[in-house]
Design a protein around this ligand. Structure first.
Ligand code: NAP
Length: 243
């Protein structure tokens, strides 16, 4: 078996996912940077190799089950283990346009769920046998405070007016997935948690966001590397987020 712990991050070619990969690499892990474009995956891995990390790129489009299956086979053959899975890949088609629920098309709603919800399910289904084999192992789902019904229903919350049906509800569904897998896997030594990075300056978050990618990556990295992580929680830098 590969001597170092292995972590795979989806959507790792840029933004928060790339920074999570870098920070996990700093902790001595072998890092697998997964991206839907093979060239981008290879280039991102090369950037971390140049910084001295043990990094590898792999093509994984979370909406394409065949690439998830191929990734699982490749990981098993190459390393024989997977200690950490960070489901970071995500899309929002509504932010820029500020689409109202009544203006949303079915195509956009489906496309959002394909990546943010069904994509995470697909990746977990294919990588779980390897995670179970490597227990204690961790699954970290990159969610958002915008997926919190507690926050969205609170008129006092600054997020109350951010009414993006597809994105927000896809992250609510993702939180439901986190809880369901956390319960099933509690006895198998695989922890499953949702995290929120805060509002971060990336292509998705825009230049208006107050937080850096370093700050945004921190909570996922903490869960990936801390001793005895919790399971079935929704966490950000400040602690537990309301579901
Ligand atoms: P980003 O810079 O837009 O990066 C998104 C990443 O997801 C890219 O690598 C993108 O790949 C990848 N991706 C999209 N669809 C994919 C697919 N089908 N298969 C594989 N990869 C795919 O966004 P970010 O801000 O870093 O966001 C990362 C995560 O944090 C997302 O889940 C997002 O919802 C969450 N989040 C972000 C913020 C924020 O303020 N930025 C706040 C809360 C939560 P391509 O380069 O090929 O498009």
């Amino acid at each position: 078996m590969h001597p170092r712990k292995v972590a795979l991050v989806t959507g790792a070619n840029k933004g928060i996912g790339f920074e999570i990969s870098r920070q996990i690499g700093r902790h001595g892990f072998t890092v697998i940077l997964a991206a839907r474009d093979e060239r981008k995956a290879t280039e991102a891995a090369k950037r971390l190799q140049a910084e001295g990390f043990d990094a590898h790129g792999v093509r994984l489009d979370v909406t394409d089950p065949a690439t998830a299956e191929a990734t699982a086979r490749w990981l098993d053959g190459q390393f024989g283990r997977l200690d950490v899975l960070v489901n970071n890949a995500g899309v929002s088609f509504e932010f820029a346009a500020g689409t109202k629920p009544s203006q949303l098309t079915l195509e956009t709603l489906r496309a959002t769920y394909d990546t943010n919800f069904f994509g995470v399910f697909t990746v977990i289904r294919h990588l779980l046998p390897l995670l179970r084999k490597s227990a204690p192992a961790r699954i970290i789902n990159q969610s958002s405070t915008l997926g919190s019904l507690g926050v969205l229903s609170d008129p006092a919350s600054p997020f109350y007016g951010v009414n993006l049906l597809a994105y927000n509800s896809s992250k609510t569904a993702l939180n439901g997935l986190t809880l369901a897998f956390a319960k099933e896997l509690a006895g198998d030594g695989v922890s499953v948690n949702s995290v929120c990075p805060g509002w971060v300056r990336t292509d998705m978050g825009s230049d208006a966001a107050p937080r850096t990618v370093e700050q945004g990556a921190a909570i996922a990295v903490r869960l990936a590397t801390m001793d005895d992580p919790p399971t079935g929680k929704f966490l950000d830098d400040g602690g537990e987020v309301r579901w």
